[in-house]
Design a protein around this ligand. Sequence first.
Ligand code: GLN
Length: 198
Amino acid sequence: MKSKSTITIGVLALQGDFEAHVKMLSMLENVNAIAVRSAKEIESVDGLILPGGESTTVGKLLRRFELDTLIKDRAGQDMPIYGTCAGMILLAKDIEDSSQDRLGILDVEVARNAFGRQVDSFEADIDVLTLGELPIRGVFIRAPYVKTVGPNVEILAQYGGRIVAVRQKNVLASAFHPELTTDTRFHQLFAEVVRQSQ
Ligand code: GLN
């Protein structure tokens, strides 16, 4: 049998929970996972993950280091990108009540910290379209949700009537953190998107 070629997925490592993503990606077959910080590193990857953290901080750093234009350029050339939580906020075109720096690649409006301050963090079983019948354990940490989606955005998952995972061609986003569980299916899906983009 012909073995699959190895793909390289970078995890943006300016701030936030990038190590958990690198660890999870390392569990996948034929995936080379690296933490990326510089333009050179970002240019070298086949796909990019924007981890959870603080979206305002990461947005500022991306602009300061001029990595925002590079990521937007690469996204324009169809490099797959997956954003979790703060990563999803950074990808969004519109952010409710905020003018913070963003990439604006994903045609959605998100609301930040949208599940209420009383329940900062919670876990729930989430049915994710395309991942099969077994639900994903969704870990939500001061999570956003998607308020509205553009015509080319597919809704992958909802929770309590709110959109919590979407896909727009090669761009994936989830309000929750699969990297904080032992379920690799969401990362597997992203790796598949990256492989198909080759
Ligand atoms: N609330 C954070 C933000 O707005 C996101 C939290 C997270 O990534 N876990 O950036």
